[in-house]
Design a protein around this ligand. Sequence first.
Ligand code: CP
Length: 307
Amino acid sequence: MLKNRSLIDPSDFSRQEFCEIFDLAHQIIANPEKYRKSCEGKILATLFYEPSTRTRFSFEAAMLRLGGKVVGFSEPSSSSAAKGESIADTVRTVECYADIVVMRHPKEGAPRVASRYVSIPLINAGDGGHQHPTQTLTDILTIQRLKGSVENKTYGFCGDLKFGRTVHSLIKFLSNHEGVKFYLISPEELRIPDYIREEIIIKNNIPFEEVEKMEPYMGELDFLYMTRVQRERFFNEEDYVRLKDRFILDAAKMKFASPSTYILHPLPRVNEISIEVDNDPRAQYFNQAKNGMFVRMALILKLLGIY
Ligand code: CP
């Protein structure tokens, strides 16, 4: 039963509960008209303490397409956070006005703490370099639509695996499934955090390799998940500049991929995928962004107990 639950981390829901969300998302894609008024009278609040395009817009579009309404801020300086109000007081106040709340925050764990102060569902829309579970919903729906299921697939993760919260959440989700294999492609300094390697990948006996080149492995991949180097999480600009262009996927590199290797990216991108790749049918990142709206529609309906 997902009604009134919060989603902060991929481990908050069972496999069966995630299946319910994905099944509903597929049904919404097939017949969006059916859900046009499902959230009439409901209000979604979006509290974004960090910039966003896809996550905030897709949540807001999702609620509007379900017939509900949206309130919120995209910039904390326009809220009473600028006067020193605590997150706890902010969400307790927002609960007086809204039925469901979505929060992005630069501090790891902030949405978890906030969720303890409210009795309405609270969704983590990204907390620092930690987790981004609704991007994982987006990624998994895309994987299902392209290849049927997530099991028995080889995944390459490339770029900033240290600070990339979308990678952390997706690895956490996939590690709970059979037959997956990972290539973790990054510079030494941007390897995945130890807790992901030790407590998630190794603990679940997932075969994996940590490598520093993408070309030798691209032919084996079902999915290559590219990521941006997360400038905002670096302690100094020099390190960012040194590492930011280490991996650039261009048309020449795409020749190393198989005809059935799909390219995903949570976006935004900077230089890591050349725009010449965008027209390759294997480039699926804009479809991925679109799927994000449908799966968030399904999530809202489930957490509000409407479906
Ligand atoms: N993928 C993602 O989180 O994008 P935004 O930062 O634009 O929301």
